[in-house]
Ligand binder design. Structure first.
Ligand SMILES: CC(C)(COP(=O)(O)OP(=O)(O)OC[C@H]1O[C@@H](n2cnc3c(N)ncnc32)[C@H](O)[C@@H]1OP(=O)(O)O)[C@@H](O)C(=O)NCCC(=O)NCCS
Length: 341
Protein backbone atom coordinates (compact mmCIF):
# COMPACT_ATOMS: atom_id res chain seq x y z
CA UNK A 1 0.00 0.00 0.00
CA UNK A 2 1.34 3.47 -0.84
CA UNK A 3 2.31 5.75 2.00
CA UNK A 4 -0.31 8.23 3.24
CA UNK A 5 0.86 11.83 3.34
CA UNK A 6 -1.00 14.85 4.68
CA UNK A 7 -1.61 17.28 1.83
CA UNK A 8 -2.85 20.85 2.00
CA UNK A 9 -5.98 20.78 -0.17
CA UNK A 10 -7.19 24.34 0.39
CA UNK A 11 -6.33 27.69 1.95
CA UNK A 12 -8.54 30.40 3.44
CA UNK A 13 -7.68 33.80 4.77
CA UNK A 14 -9.09 36.87 6.45
CA UNK A 15 -7.81 40.34 7.23
CA UNK A 16 -9.79 42.92 9.19
CA UNK A 17 -10.82 46.03 7.28
CA UNK A 18 -8.95 48.77 9.13
CA UNK A 19 -5.48 49.55 7.78
CA UNK A 20 -2.95 51.11 10.15
CA UNK A 21 -0.37 52.93 8.03
CA UNK A 22 3.18 54.00 8.90
CA UNK A 23 1.95 57.61 8.65
CA UNK A 24 -0.57 56.97 11.43
CA UNK A 25 2.04 55.15 13.56
CA UNK A 26 4.38 58.13 13.08
CA UNK A 27 1.77 60.26 14.86
CA UNK A 28 1.59 57.79 17.77
CA UNK A 29 5.34 57.29 18.41
CA UNK A 30 8.62 58.93 17.41
CA UNK A 31 9.27 57.12 14.12
CA UNK A 32 9.04 57.54 10.35
CA UNK A 33 7.87 55.56 7.35
CA UNK A 34 11.47 55.57 6.14
CA UNK A 35 12.80 53.98 9.39
CA UNK A 36 10.08 51.33 9.49
CA UNK A 37 10.52 50.41 5.82
CA UNK A 38 14.32 50.25 6.01
CA UNK A 39 14.52 48.37 9.36
CA UNK A 40 11.43 46.15 9.24
CA UNK A 41 9.86 46.34 5.76
CA UNK A 42 6.25 46.92 6.85
CA UNK A 43 4.20 49.61 5.09
CA UNK A 44 0.82 48.87 6.62
CA UNK A 45 -0.95 46.30 8.77
CA UNK A 46 -4.61 45.35 9.31
CA UNK A 47 -6.15 45.92 12.74
CA UNK A 48 -9.36 44.46 14.17
CA UNK A 49 -10.85 47.63 15.63
CA UNK A 50 -14.15 46.25 16.95
CA UNK A 51 -13.56 45.81 20.73
CA UNK A 52 -16.24 43.12 20.85
CA UNK A 53 -14.49 40.96 18.25
CA UNK A 54 -11.73 38.52 19.20
CA UNK A 55 -9.16 36.26 17.56
CA UNK A 56 -11.82 33.57 17.01
CA UNK A 57 -13.93 35.97 14.93
CA UNK A 58 -11.09 36.40 12.43
CA UNK A 59 -10.38 32.66 12.49
CA UNK A 60 -14.06 31.98 11.76
CA UNK A 61 -13.91 34.15 8.63
CA UNK A 62 -10.76 32.36 7.41
CA UNK A 63 -12.32 28.93 8.05
CA UNK A 64 -15.57 29.93 6.29
CA UNK A 65 -13.49 31.10 3.32
CA UNK A 66 -11.67 27.74 3.38
CA UNK A 67 -14.93 25.76 3.51
CA UNK A 68 -16.43 27.72 0.61
CA UNK A 69 -13.32 27.27 -1.56
CA UNK A 70 -12.99 23.53 -0.86
CA UNK A 71 -16.75 22.70 -0.78
CA UNK A 72 -16.29 21.32 2.73
CA UNK A 73 -19.25 20.85 5.06
CA UNK A 74 -18.45 21.66 8.70
CA UNK A 75 -19.76 18.26 9.84
CA UNK A 76 -17.19 16.48 7.63
CA UNK A 77 -14.28 17.96 9.60
CA UNK A 78 -12.91 15.51 12.18
CA UNK A 79 -10.25 17.72 13.78
CA UNK A 80 -9.72 21.48 14.17
CA UNK A 81 -6.61 23.06 15.67
CA UNK A 82 -6.28 26.76 16.45
CA UNK A 83 -2.77 28.09 16.91
CA UNK A 84 -1.46 31.45 18.07
CA UNK A 85 -0.56 33.58 21.09
CA UNK A 86 -3.76 35.60 21.56
CA UNK A 87 -6.52 33.14 22.53
CA UNK A 88 -9.99 34.57 23.14
CA UNK A 89 -9.61 33.57 26.81
CA UNK A 90 -7.54 31.25 29.00
CA UNK A 91 -10.13 28.48 28.67
CA UNK A 92 -12.02 26.94 26.99
CA UNK A 93 -9.71 26.61 24.03
CA UNK A 94 -10.08 28.96 21.08
CA UNK A 95 -10.36 25.84 18.90
CA UNK A 96 -13.55 24.96 20.81
CA UNK A 97 -14.96 28.46 20.29
CA UNK A 98 -14.16 28.46 16.56
CA UNK A 99 -15.62 24.95 16.12
CA UNK A 100 -18.87 26.09 17.70
CA UNK A 101 -19.08 29.27 15.63
CA UNK A 102 -18.49 27.48 12.28
CA UNK A 103 -20.61 24.41 13.07
CA UNK A 104 -17.79 21.86 13.36
CA UNK A 105 -19.61 19.42 15.63
CA UNK A 106 -18.10 16.00 14.76
CA UNK A 107 -14.52 16.84 15.59
CA UNK A 108 -12.01 17.11 18.36
CA UNK A 109 -9.55 19.96 18.63
CA UNK A 110 -7.31 22.03 20.82
CA UNK A 111 -4.91 24.99 20.87
CA UNK A 112 -1.20 25.12 20.13
CA UNK A 113 0.99 28.03 21.20
CA UNK A 114 4.57 28.11 19.94
CA UNK A 115 4.91 31.88 19.52
CA UNK A 116 5.34 32.87 15.89
CA UNK A 117 6.11 29.21 15.08
CA UNK A 118 2.60 28.18 16.13
CA UNK A 119 1.38 27.47 12.61
CA UNK A 120 4.18 25.07 11.65
CA UNK A 121 3.95 23.31 15.02
CA UNK A 122 0.19 22.85 14.48
CA UNK A 123 0.60 21.80 10.84
CA UNK A 124 3.12 19.11 11.79
CA UNK A 125 0.94 17.91 14.70
CA UNK A 126 -2.15 17.72 12.47
CA UNK A 127 -0.23 15.93 9.71
CA UNK A 128 0.52 13.02 12.07
CA UNK A 129 -3.20 12.38 12.60
CA UNK A 130 -3.76 12.35 8.83
CA UNK A 131 -0.71 10.15 8.12
CA UNK A 132 -1.86 7.61 10.73
CA UNK A 133 -5.14 7.21 8.83
CA UNK A 134 -7.24 8.17 11.87
CA UNK A 135 -8.32 11.61 10.53
CA UNK A 136 -9.44 12.56 7.02
CA UNK A 137 -10.29 16.27 7.12
CA UNK A 138 -8.29 18.43 9.47
CA UNK A 139 -8.45 22.21 9.73
CA UNK A 140 -5.43 24.14 11.03
CA UNK A 141 -6.19 27.81 11.61
CA UNK A 142 -3.57 30.35 12.65
CA UNK A 143 -5.05 33.61 13.88
CA UNK A 144 -3.87 36.40 16.13
CA UNK A 145 -5.27 39.71 17.34
CA UNK A 146 -1.80 41.06 18.05
CA UNK A 147 -3.19 44.59 18.55
CA UNK A 148 -4.48 43.45 21.98
CA UNK A 149 -0.94 42.82 23.28
CA UNK A 150 1.01 45.52 21.40
CA UNK A 151 2.01 48.66 23.32
CA UNK A 152 1.28 51.51 20.91
CA UNK A 153 3.61 53.80 22.86
CA UNK A 154 6.62 51.49 22.24
CA UNK A 155 8.21 52.39 18.91
CA UNK A 156 10.44 49.30 18.86
CA UNK A 157 7.52 46.84 18.73
CA UNK A 158 4.34 48.61 17.57
CA UNK A 159 5.29 48.94 13.86
CA UNK A 160 5.99 45.21 13.57
CA UNK A 161 2.69 43.47 14.26
CA UNK A 162 -0.73 43.21 12.60
CA UNK A 163 -3.95 41.20 13.00
CA UNK A 164 -5.15 38.44 10.67
CA UNK A 165 -6.10 34.80 10.17
CA UNK A 166 -5.23 32.00 7.76
CA UNK A 167 -6.49 28.41 7.57
CA UNK A 168 -5.61 25.26 5.67
CA UNK A 169 -7.37 21.96 5.11
CA UNK A 170 -5.26 18.80 5.42
CA UNK A 171 -6.40 15.58 3.74
CA UNK A 172 -4.78 12.20 3.03
CA UNK A 173 -2.83 11.90 -0.21
CA UNK A 174 -1.34 8.78 -1.77
CA UNK A 175 0.18 10.39 -4.87
CA UNK A 176 3.38 11.66 -3.20
CA UNK A 177 2.04 15.21 -2.70
CA UNK A 178 1.81 16.53 0.86
CA UNK A 179 4.15 16.96 3.79
CA UNK A 180 7.39 15.05 3.17
CA UNK A 181 9.56 16.05 6.11
CA UNK A 182 9.73 18.40 9.10
CA UNK A 183 12.45 19.60 11.46
CA UNK A 184 10.95 21.36 14.47
CA UNK A 185 13.01 22.71 17.38
CA UNK A 186 12.68 24.48 20.70
CA UNK A 187 15.22 26.14 23.00
CA UNK A 188 13.58 27.54 26.13
CA UNK A 189 16.72 29.46 27.04
CA UNK A 190 15.59 32.02 24.46
CA UNK A 191 12.41 32.80 26.41
CA UNK A 192 13.98 35.77 28.23
CA UNK A 193 14.20 37.80 25.00
CA UNK A 194 10.56 37.72 23.89
CA UNK A 195 7.51 37.25 26.10
CA UNK A 196 4.27 38.60 27.56
CA UNK A 197 4.98 38.57 31.29
CA UNK A 198 1.57 38.85 32.93
CA UNK A 199 -1.81 37.18 32.68
CA UNK A 200 -0.71 33.63 33.53
CA UNK A 201 -0.21 31.80 36.82
CA UNK A 202 3.19 33.42 37.41
CA UNK A 203 1.89 36.99 37.30
CA UNK A 204 -1.92 37.02 37.40
CA UNK A 205 -3.54 40.27 36.27
CA UNK A 206 -3.37 42.97 38.93
CA UNK A 207 -3.27 46.73 39.26
CA UNK A 208 0.55 46.44 39.35
CA UNK A 209 0.88 44.31 36.22
CA UNK A 210 -1.18 46.89 34.36
CA UNK A 211 0.86 49.81 35.74
CA UNK A 212 4.08 48.05 34.69
CA UNK A 213 2.68 47.32 31.20
CA UNK A 214 3.35 43.61 31.69
CA UNK A 215 0.42 42.54 29.52
CA UNK A 216 2.20 43.84 26.45
CA UNK A 217 4.87 42.17 24.28
CA UNK A 218 8.39 42.50 25.72
CA UNK A 219 11.07 42.08 23.06
CA UNK A 220 14.83 42.53 22.89
CA UNK A 221 15.06 43.13 19.16
CA UNK A 222 18.70 42.33 18.44
CA UNK A 223 19.06 38.88 20.08
CA UNK A 224 15.74 37.89 18.52
CA UNK A 225 16.89 39.11 15.13
CA UNK A 226 20.19 37.21 15.31
CA UNK A 227 18.61 33.97 16.52
CA UNK A 228 15.86 34.21 13.88
CA UNK A 229 18.39 34.44 11.04
CA UNK A 230 20.75 31.74 12.31
CA UNK A 231 18.17 29.19 13.52
CA UNK A 232 15.83 29.56 10.55
CA UNK A 233 18.57 29.44 7.91
CA UNK A 234 20.48 26.56 9.61
CA UNK A 235 17.29 24.48 9.56
CA UNK A 236 16.30 25.33 5.99
CA UNK A 237 19.83 24.63 4.72
CA UNK A 238 19.83 21.28 6.59
CA UNK A 239 16.48 20.40 5.00
CA UNK A 240 17.73 21.39 1.55
CA UNK A 241 20.86 19.25 1.94
CA UNK A 242 18.91 16.26 3.23
CA UNK A 243 16.53 16.27 0.23
CA UNK A 244 18.88 17.63 -2.46
CA UNK A 245 16.79 20.78 -2.79
CA UNK A 246 18.28 23.66 -4.78
CA UNK A 247 17.28 27.05 -6.12
CA UNK A 248 16.24 25.19 -9.29
CA UNK A 249 14.06 22.36 -7.97
CA UNK A 250 12.53 24.29 -5.06
CA UNK A 251 9.55 26.30 -6.33
CA UNK A 252 8.98 28.48 -3.27
CA UNK A 253 10.55 29.40 0.06
CA UNK A 254 7.79 30.38 2.52
CA UNK A 255 9.34 32.12 5.54
CA UNK A 256 7.70 33.54 8.63
CA UNK A 257 7.11 37.27 8.05
CA UNK A 258 8.77 39.04 10.99
CA UNK A 259 11.23 41.38 9.32
CA UNK A 260 12.15 41.82 5.63
CA UNK A 261 15.85 41.87 6.57
CA UNK A 262 15.47 38.46 8.30
CA UNK A 263 13.74 37.04 5.20
CA UNK A 264 16.46 38.37 2.87
CA UNK A 265 19.28 37.13 5.12
CA UNK A 266 17.77 33.63 5.23
CA UNK A 267 17.30 33.52 1.44
CA UNK A 268 20.93 34.64 1.00
CA UNK A 269 22.24 31.91 3.32
CA UNK A 270 20.16 29.35 1.40
CA UNK A 271 21.52 30.70 -1.88
CA UNK A 272 17.90 31.12 -2.90
CA UNK A 273 16.38 33.92 -5.03
CA UNK A 274 14.13 36.43 -3.27
CA UNK A 275 11.82 36.32 -6.34
CA UNK A 276 10.84 32.75 -5.40
CA UNK A 277 10.36 33.71 -1.75
CA UNK A 278 6.80 34.41 -0.59
CA UNK A 279 6.62 37.87 0.97
CA UNK A 280 3.59 39.81 2.20
CA UNK A 281 5.07 41.52 5.26
CA UNK A 282 4.80 44.90 3.51
CA UNK A 283 0.98 44.83 3.60
CA UNK A 284 0.25 42.75 6.72
CA UNK A 285 3.22 43.07 9.10
CA UNK A 286 3.90 40.14 11.42
CA UNK A 287 0.53 38.46 12.03
CA UNK A 288 2.27 35.78 14.17
CA UNK A 289 0.45 32.45 13.64
CA UNK A 290 -1.26 33.73 10.50
CA UNK A 291 1.81 34.70 8.44
CA UNK A 292 2.46 31.33 6.76
CA UNK A 293 -1.15 30.44 5.81
CA UNK A 294 -1.69 34.04 4.64
CA UNK A 295 1.39 33.70 2.39
CA UNK A 296 -0.04 30.49 0.90
CA UNK A 297 -3.40 32.26 0.51
CA UNK A 298 -1.84 35.22 -1.30
CA UNK A 299 0.35 33.08 -3.60
CA UNK A 300 -2.18 30.26 -4.15
CA UNK A 301 -2.85 31.41 -7.73
CA UNK A 302 0.78 30.68 -8.61
CA UNK A 303 0.96 27.22 -7.02
CA UNK A 304 0.86 24.04 -9.14
CA UNK A 305 0.67 20.32 -8.26
CA UNK A 306 4.11 18.90 -7.54
CA UNK A 307 5.67 22.27 -6.64
CA UNK A 308 8.28 21.82 -3.91
CA UNK A 309 7.74 24.26 -1.01
CA UNK A 310 9.97 24.89 1.99
CA UNK A 311 8.18 26.57 4.91
CA UNK A 312 10.25 28.03 7.74
CA UNK A 313 9.49 29.72 11.00
CA UNK A 314 10.95 31.30 14.12
CA UNK A 315 9.27 32.59 17.25
CA UNK A 316 9.17 33.21 20.98
CA UNK A 317 10.47 30.32 23.06
CA UNK A 318 12.68 30.20 21.07
CA UNK A 319 10.83 27.93 18.67
CA UNK A 320 11.73 27.33 15.05
CA UNK A 321 11.59 24.81 12.27
CA UNK A 322 11.10 23.93 8.63
CA UNK A 323 8.62 21.83 6.67
CA UNK A 324 9.25 20.42 3.20
CA UNK A 325 6.09 19.63 1.24
CA UNK A 326 4.89 19.00 -2.26
CA UNK A 327 1.90 21.11 -3.31
CA UNK A 328 -1.22 19.08 -4.15
CA UNK A 329 -3.45 21.17 -6.43
CA UNK A 330 -3.66 23.82 -9.10
CA UNK A 331 -4.35 27.12 -7.39
CA UNK A 332 -4.73 29.10 -10.60
CA UNK A 333 -8.53 29.39 -10.61
CA UNK A 334 -9.12 29.40 -6.85
CA UNK A 335 -6.47 31.89 -5.76
CA UNK A 336 -7.21 35.60 -5.43
CA UNK A 337 -5.61 38.51 -7.25
CA UNK A 338 -3.31 40.74 -5.24
CA UNK A 339 -3.55 44.53 -5.26
CA UNK A 340 -0.79 46.32 -7.18
CA UNK A 341 1.29 47.78 -4.37
C1 LIG B 1 12.95 45.37 16.44
C2 LIG B 1 13.92 45.68 15.33
C3 LIG B 1 13.17 46.10 14.08
C4 LIG B 1 14.81 46.84 15.76
O1 LIG B 1 15.75 47.12 14.74
P1 LIG B 1 17.30 47.29 15.10
O2 LIG B 1 17.98 47.66 13.85
O3 LIG B 1 17.72 46.01 15.78
O4 LIG B 1 17.28 48.48 16.07
P2 LIG B 1 17.82 48.57 17.58
O5 LIG B 1 16.91 47.82 18.50
O6 LIG B 1 19.27 48.23 17.60
O7 LIG B 1 17.68 50.11 17.82
C5 LIG B 1 18.46 51.04 17.09
C6 LIG B 1 17.92 52.41 17.35
O8 LIG B 1 16.69 52.55 16.65
C7 LIG B 1 15.71 53.07 17.55
N1 LIG B 1 14.40 52.60 17.13
C8 LIG B 1 13.76 51.45 17.49
N2 LIG B 1 12.57 51.45 16.90
C9 LIG B 1 12.46 52.57 16.18
C10 LIG B 1 11.45 53.12 15.35
N3 LIG B 1 10.28 52.49 15.14
N4 LIG B 1 11.67 54.31 14.75
C11 LIG B 1 12.84 54.95 14.93
N5 LIG B 1 13.82 54.50 15.70
C12 LIG B 1 13.63 53.32 16.32
C13 LIG B 1 16.14 52.54 18.91
O9 LIG B 1 15.56 53.33 19.92
C14 LIG B 1 17.62 52.70 18.83
O10 LIG B 1 17.96 54.04 19.09
P3 LIG B 1 19.26 54.40 19.95
O11 LIG B 1 20.40 53.86 19.14
O12 LIG B 1 19.18 55.87 20.02
O13 LIG B 1 19.09 53.70 21.25
C15 LIG B 1 14.82 44.46 15.00
O14 LIG B 1 15.72 44.23 16.05
C16 LIG B 1 14.03 43.21 14.75
O15 LIG B 1 13.29 43.11 13.79
N6 LIG B 1 14.20 42.19 15.61
C17 LIG B 1 13.52 40.94 15.43
C18 LIG B 1 12.08 41.13 15.74
C19 LIG B 1 11.28 39.94 15.38
O16 LIG B 1 11.54 39.31 14.38
N7 LIG B 1 10.29 39.65 16.21
C20 LIG B 1 9.38 38.60 15.99
C21 LIG B 1 10.04 37.31 16.22
S1 LIG B 1 8.98 36.09 15.74
Amino acid sequence: MSQIRAAITGVGGYLPEYILTNEEISKMVDTTDEWIMSHIGVKERHILKDPEKATSDMAVEAVKNLFAKTNTRPDEVDMLLWCGVTPDMAFPSTANIISDKVGVTNAFGYDINAGCSSFLYALVTASKFVESGSHKKVVVVGADKMSTIVDYTDRSTCPIFGDGAGAVLLEPSTNQTGIIDSMMKVDGAGRKHLFQAAGGSLLPPSFNTILKKQHYIYQEGQPVFKAAVSKMSDTTVAMMQKHNLTAENLAWFVPHQANMRIIEACARRMNFPVEKTMVNIRRYGNTTAATLPLCLWDYEKQLRPGDNLLLATFGAGFTWGAVYLQWAYNGEKIGHDLPNT
